[in-house]
Design a protein around this ligand. Sequence first.
Ligand code: FES
Length: 151
Amino acid sequence: MGETKLSVNGKSLRVNAPAEESLLSVLRNRLDLTGTKYGCGEGQCGACTVLMNGRATRSCLTPVSAAVGAKIVTIEGLEQDGKLSPVQEAFVEEGAFQCGYCTAGMIMSATSLLNETHDPSEEQIVAGMDGNVCRCGTYPRIVQAVRLASR
Ligand code: FES
């Protein structure tokens, strides 16, 4: 167990965690950032997606030691000055969720996609969101929300 310095949602933090502990576990269990969800724990569902240096990253597969020096953003860090991000706003506007369990991961993946691809086509959205699973099947509304956020 050693002290690890992390940058999360613009704050410099120190946590005591084994180097091999997953970033997901550190975020949820040590930093109380429970918006990031545990789904499969195997890199298959996308529920645990966060941004590392702006790119979508599976936090369940990322040891906390690999996050040192990176700028980590979780769903809690997207809101600025009490205002939802454009992607968050678009998900609300399109009603792009049902149970909501996948939503944080979806929004982080969509944010990453829009960081990399300006004004993506529907095919690019579907491909970019391919690693995120919604068991309620709200995919059409998720695609609509990403399109809305890209405008
Ligand atoms: Fe990480 Fe499913 S919990 S991909």
